[in-house]
Write a new protein. Structure first.
Length: 580
């Protein structure tokens, strides 16, 4: 009915324009009629459900992978079947919300863990639970591959001489850090290299050796994404040594650059694409969809070709990925849905995750056909700025329902509740559990006590005090979330190591990295902590803010050296000593 009416309106519009424009001049009457009809078309199109949801039913067929590609990685789940690194240790990384501040902090912590002189700790991470801005870094790591395929050998003896006749394998030993870099091979080369691998590695547990064999076979397969995770440090080292080939340089950027791009400006520019203008006004396509497309173009599609990456395209070598959002839907019961025993009840304000469990239980939908960029955007859909992300519930064909989710920070800005679900699903499986929480929280300043008019210029049109209320909510919920996580997992306290990486650990006395500006009071020397607290929650970040975060990460890693030392001892199967 609506589409037929639209066709009639467009037909009438064409006739009017044709009759009023025979000499390529549109009369005043024609312009008025055109505007009236256009407004009517907008009103009629308001009923459109096109682009309202992007998920698919669970029964939909999964597209076949190209020959030689990885099969679908079932890594959007709470059930951990593919352990990375030390097979007896569960390592979980929680990445908090906080816009580009959180994305950049997460990237800096992850690359610092990656380049530890004794052990690539990032290669040991089994699960990433991310919220809002932290999801940019977490999801990007999950879909990418490294510039070279590295098999770390930290807990075994490694004889590099076994690879002397293998031109496509490089063996590396320096201190405690030892690894094998594997290139692409023919079937014959692969067979010979596999024999060399068996000769080179000794004093390994059966599980550890099986894991390294699995990595060896994965090294010869293709991943769906052609994007590469490379740190700024490694990027500059490769450029200095002339190790970039044209293909690599053409397709890549280092992760710190990608996490600090001005996505707000890119989003705003995308509003004016002709296709986006039409879809925004004539369909359910909204601001959130435009930002999801922006993130997809920069992070979550195949570079150059632009094919969207789905959760089924997650790299099997990477950690499990749990993206957290907040459910904004009224509670409803579905008689056709059998609730899983012990599964959390989904209701307004609860955590909704982009996992196989939540998509199956609450939507009868296939997470592995859903676009990664839209899952990230759902987690970052900040109220008032972005709209809900809508998901179709396919549980009952006779009762059409939808679930609306938005910014994950409202339900849990730390991602710890999902880690508790992981622990419940994998109870008793590991000797040690390591949780690294990367918390981008900054202390809200509040309004000046000397200013009688707290409104800004923009607040004359839209009062921004809701931002202050949101900051107050995050502040009160932050410590509660940590306390609840530790309380919920008190039964494993003897094997749980919890490392909280937060700006709170930067001493108040440390001077800021930037000199005072002209407007600053020289009698009030600004500290680094004050500078960090001024970094806004936004999808853009300044160079000065990045410098402050860089310095903060150096300080935190140095200050928390005993905790880092314990984590490495556990991962290297050495005696970690008493809990900190």
């Amino acid at each position: 009915m609506r589409k037929a009416l639209e066709r009639e309106i467009v037909k009438d519009l064409f006739i009017i324009l044709k009759n009023n424009n025979r000499t390529a001049q549109i009369s005043h009457q024609g312009v008025v009629i055109f505007l009236l009809v256009f407004c009517l078309l907008i009103i009629v199109s308001g009923c459109s459900t096109q682009y309202a949801y992007w998920n698919h039913p669970k029964t939909a067929l999964v597209m076949m992978q190209s020959p030689g590609a990885f099969g679908p990685a079932r890594h959007a789940s709470f059930k951990i079947d593919d352990d990375r690194g030390n097979q007896d240790v569960l390592v979980m990384l929680a990445l908090s919300g906080g816009g580009s501040r959180a994305a950049y902090l997460a990237a800096r912590v992850m690359t610092t863990l990656q380049h530890d002189p004794d052990l690539d700790i990032l290669k040991e991470v089994d699960v990433i639970s991310s919220v809002s801005g932290g999801s940019l870094a977490g999801a990007y790591y999950a879909v990418t591959e490294d510039p070279e395929f590295v098999i770390p050998v930290p807990r075994c003896k490694l004889d590099c001489a076994a690879f002397n006749d293998q031109y496509n394998i490089t063996c590396y030993k320096k201190g405690k850090r030892q690894q094998i870099v594997v290139g692409k091979m023919t079937e014959e080369e692969k067979r010979m290299a596999h024999k060399a691998l068996r000769r080179a590695i000794s004093d390994c547990s059966a599980k550890e050796y099986a894991y390294m064999e699995k990595l060896f076979h994965l090294s010869q397969a293709k991943v769906s994404s052609n994007r590469i995770w490379i740190s700024r440090q490694e990027w500059h080292e490769r450029r200095t040594r002339g190790l970039f080939d044209l293909n690599l340089q053409f397709r890549r950027a280092h992760v710190e650059d990608l996490m600090s791009r001005n996505y707000l400006n890119r989003w705003f520019a995308s509003w004016f694409w002709p296709g986006n203008i039409a879809r925004y006004w004539l369909t359910a396509y909204d601001r959130t969809d435009i930002m999801a497309q922006t993130l997809e173009d920069n992070l979550f599609d195949t570079k150059n070709l632009g094919v969207p990456l789905k959760f089924g395209d997650l790299n099997p070598e990477r950690p499990y990925l749990i993206i957290n959002a907040t459910d904004g839907t009224e509670y409803y019961e579905n008689p056709n849905r059998e609730a899983k025993e012990g599964a959390p009840k989904m209701q307004f304000g609860s955590v909704f995750t982009f996992t196989d469990e939540d998509f199956t239980e609450h939507l009868n939908s296939d997470i592995y056909q859903f676009h990664v960029a839209r899952g990230v955007m759902a987690s970052a859909a900040f109220p008032a700025v972005f709209s809900y992300v809508t998901l179709r519930d396919f549980s009952d064909e006779n009762d059409e329902r939808y679930r609306h989710v938005f910014d994950g920070g409202n339900a849990d800005n730390l991602g710890l509740r999902s880690l508790s679900r992981v622990l419940k699903e994998n109870r008793g499986k590991y000797k040690h559990v390591i949780v690294i929480l990367v918390d981008a929280f900054v202390e809200p300043a509040g309004k000046s006590s000397k200013n009688p008019e707290p409104r800004s210029t923009f607040s004359h049109y839209l009062d921004m005090n809701f931002m202050d209320s949101f900051d107050a909510l995050l502040k009160s919920n932050r410590q509660i979330g940590i306390s609840e996580f530790l309380k919920d997992n008190i039964d494993i306290k003897d094997k749980l190591t919890f490392w909280h990486i937060t700006f709170d650990k930067v001493d108040e006395s440390i001077v800021d990295v930037t000199p005072l500006s002209y407007d600053d009071n020289p009698l009030e020397a600004r500290t680094l902590r004050q500078g960090l607290n001024r970094i806004e929650t936004n999808l853009r970040i300044s160079d000065i803010s990045k410098q402050r975060i860089d310095e903060a990460v150096k300080i935190i890693f140095k200050k928390d050296a005993p905790c880092l030392y314990r984590i490495k001892k556990i991962l290297l199967n050495e005696n970690p000593g008493p809990l900190i």
